[in-house]
Design a protein. Sequence first.
Length: 245
Amino acid sequence: MIRDLAGACALLTRLPVGRLAEGAAPARGLWAYPVIGALVGGFAGGCYALGRVLGLGAPLAAVWAMAALLIATGALHEDGLADAADALGGGATAARRLAILRDSRIGSFGALALLLAMAARLAALATLGPGAAVVAMAAAAALGRAALLLPVLLLHPARAEGLGASLGGRTDGVVWQGLGLGAALAFAALPLRMAAGAVLLAALAGLGIAAAARRQLGGYTGDVLGATSVIAECLVLSLLSSGFR
């Protein structure tokens, strides 16, 4: 269990887990994704709270909090969002879309997706008080990492190599554990109605992107999973900013 958790941490973050992750199989750590999300989200929320306590205005504190999140994760999911947006928005065939996913350059769709995702999270975070931000960021990040498990559960990898393919050897039981853990973390952290709405939005994000990936790519890739996580996180934070204060 510790090795799987460390392996998920090594994959999803830049945190120095060292030898703890040696020999960890990527597919076996899927259950831990929401836990890692809660940790990095809570860390970012804590940075926001610290900024507010030190006298920063909410917008500036939100900027530094998002910077902390991106440093902790290496902007892994944001990179996936940009690539997936370019591929799904600009390719005419599945083969062309998969080729775009391999291209490191960012096009118009990718740039706009990144801009909107950052703006949504910054605006939502800036509406929250210090304590609420820690809980909201932890819950949103946990549900974002849980949402990306839905394409893994419902689809096959779109190609034989890459991060997505490395998760193809998972068992459905591990994925269901991750989904259940993500929902449990949300219900433990949030008021009942808010938690139910957040879980629903995260599930809709995962199901919607899984349907788009099936139709346009024939399966999922690591970039699709990253895009799912960011979009779900944006939706959840938007909900929490509207009533969780």
